[in-house]
Each structure stands twice: as structure tokens, then as C-alpha cells.
Ligand binder design. Sequence first.
Ligand SMILES: [Cu+2]
Length: 123
Amino acid sequence: MHRSLITPFQLFSIAVMLVLLAIGICNTQAEEIHSFEITLVNGDVSGDEDVIRVLEGDQVEIAWTSDKALDIHLHGYDVQMILVAGQRKIMSLTAHFTGRFPIEVHGTGLGHGSVVYFEVLPK
Ligand SMILES: [Cu+2]
């Protein structure tokens, strides 16, 4: 009588493990950091990127460089950072809340204006 080396149950177990492994790999990829680079000149964004768009749950890093000392303020998330002229600073956060949030510049004497929008789309 012929005896198979792998039983149907073992084959099924291997298939289940492969599926779990695939899901694990996908989850790892979701953990990647989404990086953005924003340069401020005289309190305004240089270049035409005025929306930072990410997905809910994303790990986000926004690198800021300014030619002037000023405060930046991400509303909704309420993250505030002080920028020193010529010094690159990184704002790290997890996009927990969906919506459109203004990032404003304080302390330029130019008022309280939004320079960039942070947009988090639902997953
Ligand atoms: Cu503000």
C-alpha cells in the first residue's frame, strides 16, 4: 500500500502557515515611514507642495527647514515645534486621526497662517 509523505492535514497546515506569513509581511510593510521634506522661506513654503497626504495609521516624518526662527503648529494633532534658522528638524507622528489639519506658522509677525495641510485619508 502506498503511503503519502504528506497527509492532507499537513498540506492544509502548510497552506495556513504560508497565508499567515504573507499577512505578516504585508503588516511589516505598513509600518514603513512616510517621509516629507518641507522648506520654509520667510515663513512660507518654498515649492508647490501644500498638502501632505497619508493614510490612517501611517508612520509619518516631516522634516522642516526654515530660513527664519519660527514655531510650527499642526492643529488637531496639536504638535508644536520650534524651528531654528537653517536647522533641519523632524516632526514624527502616527496618523491616528483622519481629516484635514492645517499646519500653521506662528511667530513670524505675519499672523497665524496655514502653510501646509496635513491630510489623513481613512484606510
Ligand atoms: Cu496654530
